[in-house]
Design a protein around this ligand. Sequence first.
Ligand SMILES: C[S@@+](CC[C@H](N)C(=O)[O-])C[C@H]1O[C@@H](n2cnc3c(N)ncnc32)[C@H](O)[C@@H]1O
Length: 289
Amino acid sequence: MVMEVLAGLNIRPGRLYVDGTVGEGGHAAAILDRLLQAGELIGLDKNPDVLQRAASRLAPYTSRFRLFHRSFSQLGEVLEAIQVQEAAGILLDLGLSLYLLEHSGRGFSFRRDEPLDMRFDPLEPVPTAADLLNTSSPSELETIFRAYGEEPQARLLARRVVEARRRRPFRTTRDLVEVVTTVIRPKGPRSRIHPATRVFQALRIAVNRELEELETFLSRAPDWLAPQGRLVVLSYHSLEDRLVKQRFLEWERGGVAKRLTKKPSRPGPEEVRRNPRARTARLRIAEKI
Ligand SMILES: C[S@@+](CC[C@H](N)C(=O)[O-])C[C@H]1O[C@@H](n2cnc3c(N)ncnc32)[C@H](O)[C@@H]1O
């Protein structure tokens, strides 16, 4: 949905834009292209490896971007440190990048046998996915699987996790896939969605406290936007989208910002065919008053 994102940000040459989830710099490069030699991009990401990749990709744009190894919830500190008051547009493209899924070796994919880590920021001293599986109570596990994975078999799965860890602690993705496939069956013989998809997503959201990060960001975001500045959020999970939807509505009622998308934009069938992971994407745009 790159074109919708760029249109949503309403990029004007000479202004400053923030990509709060810069990843490998795909959206960032497209933004810099539109800025036409004038203007600046500030990119943030919690993962140092993708930041390095973004730095290489964006190198041709020389001095027009700055990258920070920080969470988007800490954007205020970054802006203060570089003495910038406000941005003309902020983008959040939430969740996981293809690189982290396929190449990070941190257990985001059930298709590889890797340590169950799942922290976006490997330097952050928070429990890994293996820690959560090995130490959470059955009801905590059930809540994670139900709330963040919308997994109907959450209770049974939590029980099976606790039984399995008594025999041997969880260490790798394969340990988890083995347990998941005893509880959750594929939706049908032709289903393209692996039974572990929702469980892995749930653990990732819990490990990285993704909803809390988004809440913290949304509670401050209007302070970081210039008048008529745009906030564009691409979310991939109904809980994230609900937080964005509610906040945008509050801002509109409070005269802080107006919603430019009453209903979220969704990717078309062609984009979903090319990139099945985009199937759950929802794009919302708000403009500060
Ligand atoms: C879907 S990818 C972004 C891809 C990017 N838009 C591009 O075009 O390459 C999401 C990125 O957000 C990062 N991320 C997740 N939570 C974050 C947070 N709270 N603060 C900063 N980055 C975060 C992840 O590390 C990942 O690189």
